[in-house]
Design a protein around this ligand. Structure first.
Ligand code: ATP
Ligand code: MG
Length: 256
């Protein structure tokens, strides 16, 4: 493991005389070098945070480390995803040119996106995403990014909860990773956080949310509350499922 001096938790006494545990922020390039080493194929990541805090920005940043990526854009035209350079595709399996490139070992960064204004458009996008998830699961080696998982999982919307959950459960052995992003842990099936090797949280004071993550990650909620309370805007707290591994704090580079 590379040296990672910034990966530290320090205890301090705040103005009120209480002990506050603070996680030292790591510069993004240093964080990425460490993350590349610890984020193994088949390991999942759950990103949890309120809207506009930088979930998609963090996801796009870490997905650069993966060669074969499928992004599911539940919002249809999310600005951050649109700026990320992913190639929109309209069918699964992808066109033969892309398949040939993959066979040659070249990277592929694909996005399933589209309008969802009419029932027909919605139906087409749902079917496309469904096929892509199943296809990626069968092939192995992909990293699937389920942006706004609570919308993808909602049965009144995309209804993709079952295929994504199946992927979360079975993908490990196939070396496929799933990165899910959602706004609160209560909104999604438990598998989203339970199966995650890393939970990545953005700043929140929501005690219920901190409690849920504390249960899912085996960390004390006071420790999480302290660390999250100290987070500046756009910073994330990376919580490894391995409770012996320290928590890490960093801020992704803005997507151009
Ligand atoms: N690390 C960052 N550095 C600088 N600006 C950032 C960073 N992360 C996010 N931003 C700013 O905040 C905006 C929203 O970021 P992003 O789309 O990543 O958030 P989100 O949590 O995915 O929000 P949403 O819930 O709307 O999808 C970006 O357009 C960008 O301007
Ligand atoms: Mg987003």
């Amino acid at each position: 493991m590379p040296r990672f001096a910034a990966r530290r938790t320090v205890s301090e006494t705040d103005w009120a005389g209480t002990q506050v545990r603070r996680v030292e922020p790591a510069p993004w390039p240093l964080f990425l070098r460490w993350w590349e080493d610890v984020w193994e194929p088949g390991q999942h990541v759950a990103l949890i945070g309120p809207t506009g805090q930088g979930k998609s920005t963090f996801a796009v940043g870490v997905l650069r480390l993966r060669k074969w990526v499928i992004a599911l854009d539940a919002k249809g035209g999310d600005d951050t995803l649109a700026a990320s350079g992913f190639k929109p595709i309209k069918a699964w399996p992808p066109p033969s040119k892309i398949r040939d490139e993959i066979a040659e070992g070249k990277p592929a960064r694909l996005i399933m996106t589209g309008t969802t204004r009419t029932k027909r458009d919605m139906g087409k996008l749902v079917a496309l995403m469904h096929e892509a998830i199943e296809g990626a699961r069968a092939e192995g080696g992909w990293t699937v990014y389920a942006d706004e998982f609570q919308i993808l999982a909602d049965r009144r919307m995309f209804g993709l909860d079952v295929p994504v959950e199946q992927m979360l459960i079975s993908a490990r052995s196939a070396g496929s990773s799933v990165v899910t992003s959602f706004q609160a842990p209560a909104w999604v099936p438990k598998a989203g956080t339970r199966q995650a090797s890393f939970i990545v949280m953005l700043k929140t004071g929501d005690v219920g949310m901190i409690q849920k993550v504390s249960e899912a990650s085996g960390r004390s909620w006071q420790e999480l509350r302290d660390a999250l309370g100290e987070l500046p805007k756009y910073y994330v707290l990376v919580i490894p499922q391995d409770i012996h591994a320290p928590m890490v704090c960093t801020k992704a580079d803005k997507v151009a």
